[in-house]
Design a protein around this ligand. Sequence first.
Ligand code: KG4
Ligand code: ZN
Length: 336
Amino acid sequence: MLNFLAMSIVLGIETTCDETAASVVVDGKKILSNVVYSQIETHREYGGVFPELACRKHADELIPIIDEAIRLAGVEKSDIELISVAARPGLMGALLIGLSTAKALSYSWKIPYVGVNHIEAHLYAAMMSVDNPPLPAIGLIVSGGHTSLLKIKALGEYEWLGNTLDDAVGEAFDKTARLLGLPYPGGPEIEKLARLGDPKAVPFKPGRMKEKPLHFSFSGLKTQVLYAMAKNPKNEDVAASFQETALNDLVNKALLALKTYSLNAIYIGGGVSNNRRLRELFEEKKPPGVQVFWPANGLSLDNAAMIAGLGYHVYQSKGCGDPYDLTPMPTNKLLF
Ligand code: KG4
Ligand code: ZN
């Protein structure tokens, strides 16, 4: 048995969408295990996440995955001191499975649990391996369900600066991939195909609103792809041009936010942060002195290590666990 003197061993649980995940993390930082069961194969034939199937898979897989995470961490169940579960936002049924399991384990193991925000955890993933992460800073969330810019004043204290007014950027990648006949999830497929194409071949325009310079809009870009396809361009050129337009839009608005708020650090989280071209563009365009932080390997896509890590801090700041009548929240309206 490991002996972590004065350390907090947290079990994280993630079931917001189509990944069933569990992880054991010490002190909000040190990842002992990070087990992710991706349901991609289950949903692929539907071209997106089929909510009822996601729930059934979570119900089947969650307990074995929690057992696996504890086994791989090399700890005993009795070593776990806190459970952290993603309680918002996400698919209602999927959230309920994670939250009910966390409550049941908390009750039977006689340890506290906290319900945390999945989007906040995506940002925390970029801070997790940084000693004394510089703050205040800008946060950029680029996932399948969200695209947002915010000011991170401190962990747990955020100010929203911009959001997508329609599709999220990951969703735009997924929908464009479908137009190109590529499988779900489309982000990695577009990235692969884009390497073979000319990013200047099709002149796409990003969604811009003069009076809301830090907001995003991706549905127009998807429509432009649809019209461009009528002219029979090469698929790789469409992929490269779409990707370049969407990613440049993210980078330009993130850099504008840094300048507007006179900040010089940015944390990026969510599935699209896996994209190598996005990382290159930030490197190419960032002014000297600006620090860009990315999630470590395995922490960009949905995972439970970021949930466990964030839960450690949420518990420290609350000083207690959540009550058993906490309900899951499918939308992100009441943020954090
Ligand atoms: O954060 P995430 O795992 O789930 C949500 O919370 O939404 O993000 C999934 C999204 C999908 O839309 C997927 O297509 C996109 O992230 N994605 C990518 C890449 N890898 C995943 N988009 C662009 N390039 C990638 N390499
Ligand atoms: Zn996510």
